[in-house]
Design a protein around this ligand. Structure first.
Ligand code: TXE
Length: 495
């Protein structure tokens, strides 16, 4: 067997081996075989990385840069990502099995976050406050927090890391980033571009390793000032608790059980495509998956028939091929989780009208594939309707009218996203207003942009990524008071 590529971590501008001297395998989900070895970072490595980030924040070249110069660095980085988008996408596909068509498009779009937040870096203005005291001048400054711990998941490693890196760096922080143990390779390749762009050593550091080791040590490190996390709800809770001990602010982007609501006045063909894109694109492994299809009773059967006919044509196979439409599941435990939920749905009495098992197609080989799966007869109180599956499994729930649709949609602990399919502008606006979700798409699904805030209501998270607002989560506000009086009056009273 040929030697597997062996990676190192990136700390303080240097490539380093883990202190513990251990590596672990990273798998290609299409073949089910290991293809690279990742350093198993632990507490000592995390300490080294946070110390490097803290040193870079406190002295040297980075804090000496003006916000405009920081912005220029971010824009240069954006250009380098654009030049390297295809090769980064290929590595992501090898590591996480998502389609090259999807990942290449994602990576070509990633530079926009660095251009946008680079542009914002020198537009963060404080205020002069018209203070209600004589001979007093008061103004505010927005200052960076310090070392940001960024923790990213496996489903879109570089895009989701970027949502944290771009605003954090534009604001003047330094970062220690820990990618998922399942998909660390693209992040380690990506960080080379920071070096090329001219970021000073220590501004961005990469620690690899397991969540309960490297991840937990990073969140708890006393010199970490803020935590930005994307991942599962349970892990999000642990991260939040650990951050609370150090009173660190957090941004949490957790899962969802998003309703895609189809009214009977919809353009049926578009809605079918929208529902497919919501649940089968990216093999359903997106936080915004439209995993609950709410469809109006009057069109239920026709809509489900059309949907199943369309989904049944999905081409599965090699994710590096531009023709493939549904790729493998990224990790073995995730595939087992999805198959477990399929069994749960069957036991709960839902009717499986498509798929419902691991894919046995020859083109899927030994890869971790699950057939696109549709359950009808789902009640909103079933586990398959309440819990995040994070796979190509759709639950169809019928509804009678608008009130019913909204009640079912909102009756879920999550609130990340929702889709509405209707031709009525009145209904589109009224329903959107009443949905408890951080993002609502009308007659479209799965659209994101650097310009628009993204985040969850309810148990889907805290804070927003993208859009102008996001940078404020990486800043703290200082109020400066200057007296122009010639004397200090009575010192025993509050001014
Ligand atoms: O995620 P984890 P997993 C959901 C999805 C999936 C489930 C589990 O439902 O089935 O989560 O996936 C790091 N302290 N999403 O187990 O554990 C970990 O190393 C600090 C939704 O892969 O949340 C990785 O870098 N960090 C989702 C990151 O957290 C810890 C995307 C995410 O891993 C840690 C992925 C700890 N104690 C999964 N434990 C979305 N919102 O898009 C783990 N980590």
């Amino acid at each position: 067997m040929s030697e597997l590529a062996k990676y190192q971590m990136y700390i303080g501008g240097e490539w380093v081996d883990p202190v513990g001297g251990e590596w672990f395998d990273s798998f290609n989900p299409y073949t089910g075989q290991p293809w690279a070895r990742m350093p198993r970072g632990g507490e000592a490595d995390v300490d080294r990385a946070v110390t490097a980030a803290d040193d870079a924040f406190s002295g040297g070249d980075w804090p000496a840069l003006s916000p405009s110069q920081r912005g220029a660095l971010l824009r240069r980085l954006g250009d380098l990502i654009a030049e390297n988008a295809q090769s980064l996408a290929e590595i992501e596909v090898r590591d996480n099995g998502k389609l090259i068509a999807e990942m290449a498009a994602q990576l070509s779009y990633v530079p926009q976050w660095y251009y946008y937040f680079g542009g914002l870096a020198d537009k963060i203005e404080g205020a002069v406050i018209p203070i209600d005291k004589p001979e007093t001048f008061n103004y505010t400054r927005h200052e960076p927090l310090g070392v940001v711990a960024a923790i990213s998941p496996w489903n879109s490693p570089l895009l989701l890391a970027t949502w944290k890196l771009a605003p954090a760096l534009a604001a003047g922080n330094t970062v220690v980033l820990k990618p998922s143990e399942f998909t660390s390779a693209s992040t380690l390749e990506f960080v080379k571009l920071f070096e090329q762009a001219g970021f000073p050593p220590g501004v961005v550091n990469i620690i690899t390793g397991f969540g309960h080791e490297a991840g937990a040590a990073l969140v708890s490190h006393p010199k970490v000032a803020k935590v930005a996390f994307t991942g599962g709800e349970m892990t999000g809770q642990k991260v939040y608790q650990a951050a609370a001990v150090g009173l660190k602010p957090v941004t949490l982007e957790l899962g969802g059980k998003s309703p895609n609501i189809v009214f009977d006045d919809t353009a049926m063909e578009n809605a079918v495509k929208g529902v497919i894109s919501g649940i089968f694109a990216a093999t359903g492994q997106t936080c915004i998956a439209g995993s609950r299809l709410l469809v109006q009773n009057s069109i239920h059967n026709e809509f489900v028939d059309r949907l199943v006919d369309f989904a049944a044509t999905a081409r599965m196979g090699d994710p590096q091929s531009m023709d493939t439409q549904v790729g493998p599941v990224t990790t073995l435990p995730q595939m087992e989780k999805i198959l477990g939920y399929i069994d749960i749905a069957k036991d709960e009495g839902a009717e499986c009208v498509l798929g419902g098992h691991r894919a046995q197609r020859p083109e899927c080989g030994e890869g971790w594939f699950v057939e696109p799966t549709v359950f009808t007869g789902v009640r909103n109180d079933m586990r398959i309707a309440r819990e995040e599956v994070f796979g190509p499994v759709l639950s169809v729930i019928p509804f009678d009218d608008e009130e019913d649709a909204i009640a079912i949609a909102n009756d879920n602990p999550y609130g990340l996203a929702a889709g509405v399919w209707t031709q009525s502008i009145k209904r589109a606006i009224e329903v959107s207003n009443r949905l408890q979700a951080g993002t609502v798409w009308v007659n479209t699904y799965r659209a994101v942009s650097y310009l628009s805030p993204f985040g969850g209501y309810k148990r889907s998270g805290l804070g927003r990524e993208s859009g102008k607002q996001a940078i404020m989560d990486y800043l703290q506000t200082k109020s400066v008071w200057i007296s122009t009086s010639d004397e200090v009056p009575n010192p025993f009273i509050l001014r």
